[in-house]
Design a protein around this ligand. Structure first.
Ligand code: C2E
Ligand code: CA
Length: 726
């Protein structure tokens, strides 16, 4: 099967010329073309140089059903378009005849100078991509592709993009801005206002740097350049995510990714809430939940930082303080944990007011223990002044549940680097100093001294020895007489604990505080009470009236739930009446807090007929409020005031004032530590009721001594039950 084209022509000479051409190949090529045109989904229409239609394919007919009858070969493109516009298939053509003519002219001009790809929106919602091509032979091929589905997908993607809470910004392979979504506008309004399709990545980054939106972009041109370079490198590396900080405090997590097709997609997510939650968690991990001060762990880092701080190569130095609240356990026990907590919060508040920044830090280290670091404080005078100030501020009375409660704060101080270069060493120093402050009566601050280490060891050894001494019954009592000043009559004894440890006498001033600290004061108090009452019994049995015997008692003893029965039992055992007993209350331990429990015990004991004295009056914690509230019978003037009699200072005046205070409250006054005739005369003149001191007699270790003393005072009242008096 060959195809042959036959052409016949009569020549001028009248001959018939027949030319046959084999067009088999040509026909098959045409057929192929036809097949292709029939098969492709794109509409194809070809026009000649005058714009007349030569051919169109079935897709064309399907795409433009309205022009079915117009699309016949030879028809001009312009007429076909005008017809189609008249059929209202192109909404883009506009409404008015003028607009429509203009639009038609535009389409025609596309035919004249083809090349630009454009979109045609059809009235039925379809979107067509239109492009024209001019062939070498001058024919024009016009192709239309239905991209409705594609634009739908695109619109869907666009919707997704706009709905995303994250900002999306995309650059093409040449790093030119292609798109950004609504979140980008909301998140970075300034950048969005600057953004325009075609802007380069570098332009955008430079704008970000100079707009001041980013906290870390710096202020100078050099800062900006550095920031821009880092950001561009990050974009181009497009690996991992980074957190950027905005000037307004927000956090952005930035993620950049280069797609396979070379586009650069940047995602910015506002992670401020997340970051805040994270920060809050960290904040919590560093804090004590009650006082909101830093906790021990964080305090150690504060201290380490202060230790590492140097100025010009030399350590900045500073002070470390450890402090706690005196008798805090009793406050908790007697006022309740709520009050204890309130007090801790109050102390934290006072600490915060005291801090001045610059690395200064305060923390709650646990329980009622607090720590303070003050870097840069090294001048001894300044150190003294600052710590005195802090101690004073912390010790001011606190309002606890509407009651003004006196506060005692004990504090230890150590300086660095002079006394230590490491946190552990310094904490140990401050702890030793704090211990020393407590040992010296609390309510004070003490600087660290190297010999305190041995002092602590002595304390520990002392506690062990005390336990041992109790087990071995090494304790006894000395009785020191008291004299009535009015008539010189014997007025009873004070029982004082005595301890011979096998090598010598140990001072009560050394072991009583340790006993109080360790709780051993309770068993020790029972031993002293039993020994004192036994001694009194002995004296009575020898026919002398010992008068009232006074025992020293402290808070922990009174808080012993068995104190009352044990006291009554001890009296009964020796056949003595409660009226023969006096309790000297040591102020500090008792009245550090307004303990209702102690108040109750004292009222109870007083009700039994036992006399109550306030010891160390004037230096202890007892206030006038305690005097009016408690059943106190006597005020015992502190030795320091008696010593001050006849010397410069207010000692004598105070002694006299305490006497008249006692009298005006219906109480007795007693002076202790009386060593001179002058003191004795002064006290007698002041109207003091009773005196005690070396001038009268030293404490006596045996019954014989006491009896000899009493015999020298006055003849015995009875011997073996027989009255010797007339
Ligand atoms: P205190 O209650 O002030 O007891 C009086 C102290 O002063 C006694 O010291 C006594 O020996 C001393 N003293 C007496 N007259 C004079 C004097 O004229 N001049 C001087 N300079 N001192 C004089 P001591 O026996 O060393 O007791 C010291 C402290 O130990 C007592 O002070 C008391 O608070 C405490 N204490 C002693 N025994 C006990 C006890 O059994 N229980 C308790 N809880 N504390 C006790
Ligand atoms: Ca006493």
């Amino acid at each position: 099967g060959h195809s042959v084209q036959v052409r016949a022509r009569r020549s001028a000479s009248g001959n018939l010329v027949v030319v046959s051409t084999d067009i088999t190949d040509l026909l098959s090529a045409q057929a192929m073309l036809r097949d292709v045109l029939d098969a492709i989904p794109n509409s194809v229409a070809a026009y000649d140089a005058e714009g007349r239609l030569i051919l169109c394919n079935p897709a064309y007919m399907a795409m433009f059903p309205v022009s079915a009858k117009m699309a016949t070969p030879g028809r001009r493109y312009e007429d076909i378009v005008r017809f189609a516009v008249g059929q209202e298939i192109y909404p883009q053509a506009g409404e008015t005849p003028a607009a429509r003519e203009a639009w038609i002219a535009e389409q025609v001009s596309h035919h004249r100078t083809p090349g630009e790809v454009r979109r045609l929106h059809m009235a039925d919602g379809r979107v067509l991509l239109a492009r024209e091509r001019l062939s070498d032979s001058g024919n024009l091929v016009s192709v239309r592709t239905d991209i409705t589905d594609l634009t739908r997908t695109e619109a869907m993607l666009r919707d997704i993009l706009e709905t995303l809470p994250s900002a999306v910004i995309a650059y093409d392979r040449d790093e030119r801005l292609v798109l950004w979504n609504r979140a980008a506008v909301e998140l970075l309004p300034e950048s969005a206002a600057f953004a325009a399709v075609g802007r380069t990545l570098e332009e955008m980054v430079r704008f970000s740097a100079t707009s001041g939106a980013y906290l870390d972009a710096g202020a100078t041109d050099a800062d900006h350049d550095r920031w821009i370079a880092a950001r561009l490198a990050a974009y181009r590396a497009s690996s991992g995510s980074r957190t950027l900080r905005l000037q307004d405090g927000r956090f952005l997590t930035a993620l950049e990714r280069r797609s396979e097709s070379g586009n650069l997609v940047c995602v910015r997510t506002d992670t401020t809430d997340l970051k805040r939650a994270e920060e809050h968690l960290r904040w919590q991990a560093e804090r004590d939940p009650l006082t909101l001060l830093h906790n021990r762990a964080f305090f150690l880092t504060t201290l380490d930082r202060a230790l590492a701080a140097t100025a010009g190569g030399t350590p900045v130095g500073g002070v470390l303080l450890l402090l706690d609240i005196d008798y805090f356990k009793q406050i908790n026990d007697t006022l309740g944990h709520d009050m204890g907590d309130a007090l801790l919060v109050e102390i934290a508040h006072r600490l915060r007011l005291y801090l001045r920044g610059g690395g200064e830090g305060a923390a709650r280290l646990g329980g009622d223990e607090f720590g303070v670091v003050i870097p840069g404080l090294t001048d001894p005078t300044a150190v003294m002044a600052r710590i005195d100030g802090l101690h004073g501020a912390l010790s001011a009375p606190a309002d606890l549940g509407g009651r003004r409660t006196p506060l005692g704060i004990s504090m230890g101080a150590t300086m660095f680097p002079a006394e230590g270069k490491e946190a552990t060493k310094l904490l140990k120093n401050a702890d030793l100093a704090l211990y020393e402050a407590k040992r010296h009566g609390r309510g004070r601050w003490t600087p660290f001294r190297p010999e305190q280490a041995t002092a602590l060891e002595r304390q520990v050894r002392m506690a062990d020895a005390l336990r041992d001494a109790l087990a071995r019954r090494q304790f006894t009592v000395a009785l020191q007489p008291k004299r009535r000043l009015r008539d010189g009559a014997h007025a009873g004894f004070e029982a004082l604990a005595r301890w011979h440890d096998g090598t010598g006498w140990v001072s009560p001033d050394a072991f009583i505080p340790v006993a109080e600290e360790t709780g051993l004061i309770r068993p020790l108090g029972r031993v002293v009470m039993a020994a004192a009452l036994a001694r009194v019994r002995d004296i009575r049995d020898r026919g002398f009236d010992p008068g009232r015997v006074a025992l020293n008692v402290t808070g922990p003893q009174l808080l012993d739930p068995h104190f009352r029965e044990q006291t009554l039992a001890a009296l009964r055992r020796q056949g003595l009446a409660p009226a023969g007993l006096e309790l000297e209350l040591t102020g500090t331990a008792l009245f550090g807090r307004a303990s209702e429990q102690i108040d109750a015990v004292l009222r109870d004991v007083s009700g039994l007929g036992i006399t109550l004295s306030l010891d160390d009056f004037g230096t202890g914690y007892a206030s006038l409020a305690h005097l009016s509230r408690l059943p106190i019978d006597r005020l015992k003037i502190d030795r320091s005031f008696v010593t001050g009699i006849g010397r410069a200072g207010p000692g004598g005046v105070i002694a006299r004032t305490v006497v008249s205070l006692a009298h005006s409250l219906g109480m007795e006054s007693i002076a202790k530590g009386v060593e001179t005739d002058e003191q004795m005369a002064f006290l007698a003149d002041a109207g003091c009721d009773v005196a005690q001191g070396y001038l009268i007699a030293r404490p006596m270790l045996t019954t014989d001594e006491a009896v000899a003393y009493l015999r020298a005072q006055a003849p015995p009242a009875t011997v073996n039950g027989i009255s010797l008096q007339a």
